[in-house]
Design a protein around this ligand. Structure first.
Ligand code: C2E
Ligand code: CA
Ligand code: CA
Length: 505
């Protein structure tokens, strides 16, 4: 029994130990499990937090902290993708570099806090201009970049939207500020390959800034010449009119059959004090881009009319032609300006020719239509310059009140060597004559070209074969000498069917 009791007590003691241990073990295991589970949970939370922190950092890295727009690095990636998408399809892409014109004085005058707030507001206005997609970036300081789908037309519209958006008054800390912007456009692919795009848009923006800002311009290869040189040229051009450095040379137009002078085209020259004679091909585009063409063009019209009156007083009767640029055609007061000059010098309107390039003439915008209508009502002799390079149809040509077409020099140059050039020149002559318009061929340099053009029925010829552009005095002497025939006496000009006015201007 004792043994049993002992045995039983010993067995109870023996089973009590493992139970106690088991409880501890289970508790320990439970605790360990909870700790493990908690750690796993925490680990998962940590990983989640780390992930969201990394994403946030990535977003922060791709976003400009001040404006919330993309950073320069990020927009480069977006641009890469957009260019690839363009290459795969037929879409076009435009870059707009936007710079504030007068931001520095804001920063200097009101402090960085106001400056930062201005940039933030401008940033959100620009972002609104490109819609929902993140396509706007801050490049640096007060320079932004916008990417838009589409070519020059869409880019122009977007640029106008940007200019308006920036011009709206900004209210910062109780201050009302008004800023303007300069916008430069580069279109892919026509304005450069991927690596060049951004710098070309920036170049266009800087050229707008040079011209006084508050406007937009698209990239043009002539902008790639040293900007400093352009800035100097522009500075000098601003005063060229007052300093009397501009002058007109004249190149005669010759009647194809009689070889007599019918008129003279005024070609602008700039006698620069250091650079010598600067070509209009260099400074006219500069004047157009920077808003100087109205003044320079106005001077050309006035000077050509004055010269025509002086020649008339000397007994030299011929029509004088002036070139009008696209910008002048968009000028509201262009025709008034011409009418004032012809009245001042008592010139008959039909004795003044205005040469307008085909590409401008065919723009068919409200502005050009209006300008043509006013030129027609004023009775001026209208000539379509550089004809054959655009896309004029017979129908579009009929619409224009033009009395004359000038075959582009490129076709005349190739006449002897290219059947295509001959075909085009012949087609222009036929088309013009069908519409009762006269045809002038420019850039006639040799007798072969002259003979071919005469055989085609061209009405007038102009080119180095007859005379280079020359000073008005030289032209008067040349005419009196009758350079075309060597005849000693100047013979009165011939006026064909589109030139009905008697020779008594
Ligand atoms: P454009 O109106 O087509 O003028 C003809 C150009 O061809 C002139 O160049 C003339 O000197 C040149 N030329 C004439 N005959 C020959 C020839 O036989 N061979 C060659 N190789 N060239 C010839 P220029 O004077 O340098 O003028 C260049 C352009 O500048 C003009 O082309 C015109 O678009 C523009 N321009 C000139 N004057 C004015 C102006 O007063 N106003 C405006 N808006 N543009 C002007
Ligand atoms: Ca011309
Ligand atoms: Ca021409």
């Amino acid at each position: 029994m004792g043994v049993q009791a002992t045995g039983a007590g010993g067995a109870a003691a023996a089973t009590a130990w493992p139970l106690w241990l088991a409880v501890i073990c289970v508790t320990l295991l439970g605790v360990a499990g909870v700790v493990f589970w908690r750690q796993r949970q925490r680990g998962r939370q940590l990983r989640q937090r780390l992930h969201s922190a990394t994403t946030q950092i990535d977003t922060l890295r791709s976003r400009d902290s001040l404006t919330g727009l993309l950073t320069r690095a990020e927009i480069e990636t977006v641009l890469d993708e957009a260019v690839l998408a363009c290459e795969r399809g037929t879409r076009r892409l435009s870059l707009l570099v936007v710079a504030l014109d007068n931001f520095r004085p804001v920063n200097d005058g009101y402090g960085m806090r106001v400056g930062d707030a201005v940039l933030a507001q401008v940033g959100s206005r620009l972002s609104a201009c490109v819609g929902d997609k993140p396509q706007a970036a801050r490049l640096a300081g007060d320079e932004f970049l916008l990417l838009i789908e589409g070519g020059l037309e869409s880019a122009g519209q977007a640029a106008q939207k940007v200019l308006l958006a920036v011009q709206q008054p900004l209210v910062v800390e109780g201050l009302e500020l008004t800023l303007t912007a300069s916008v430069g456009i580069a279109v892919y692919p026509e304005h450069g390959s991927r690596p060049k795009l951004m710098s070309h848009a920036a170049l266009a923006m800087r050229s707008v800034k040079l011209g006084g800002g508050a406007a937009y311009a698209h990239f043009d290869p002539t902008m790639a010449v040293d900007m400093r040189e352009q800035a100097e040229l522009l500075r000098d051009l601003r005063t060229a009119v007052e300093r009397g450095q501009l002058m007109l040379y004249y190149q005669p137009k010759i009647d194809a059959r009689s070889l007599q002078i019918t008129g003279a085209e005024a070609l602008l020259r700039w006698q620069h004090p250091q650079r010598g004679m600067v070509s209009p091909a260099v400074f006219i585009p500069l004047a157009e881009r920077h808003g100087l063409i109205a003044r320079i063009g106005g001077w050309v019209i006035e000077e050509a009319c004055r010269q025509a009156a002086e020649w008339r007083a000397q007994g030299l009767r011929m029509r004088v032609a002036v070139n009008l640029s696209g910008h002048q055609m968009r000028q509201d007061d262009l025709v008034d300006q011409i009418e004032q000059s012809i009245r001042r010098h008592d010139i008959r309107p039909e004795r003044l020719t205005v040469e307008i390039t085909e590409s401008v003439a065919m723009e068919n915008t409200a502005h050009t239509r209006d300008a043509f209508e006013r030129l027609r009502r004023a009775g001026l002799h209208v000539s379509i310059d550089d004809f054959g390079t655009g896309h004029s149809s017979l129908a579009s040509l009929r619409r224009l009140p033009a009395a004359e077409l000038k075959i582009d020099r490129a076709f005349v140059t190739d006449l002897a060597t290219s059947a295509e050039a001959r075909g085009i020149a012949q087609a222009i002559v036929q088309m013009a004559h069908t519409l009762d318009r006269r045809v002038v061929a420019e850039g006639v340099e040799n007798e072969t070209q002259r003979d071919l053009l005469v055989a085609m029925g061209c009405d007038e010829l102009q080119g180095y074969l007859f005379a280079k552009p020359m000073t008005p005095t030289s032209l008067a002497l040349w005419a009196e000498d009758d350079g075309s025939t060597g005849h000693g006496v100047f013979r009165p000009s011939l006026f064909g069917p589109t030139q009905p006015a008697p020779l008594d201007m």
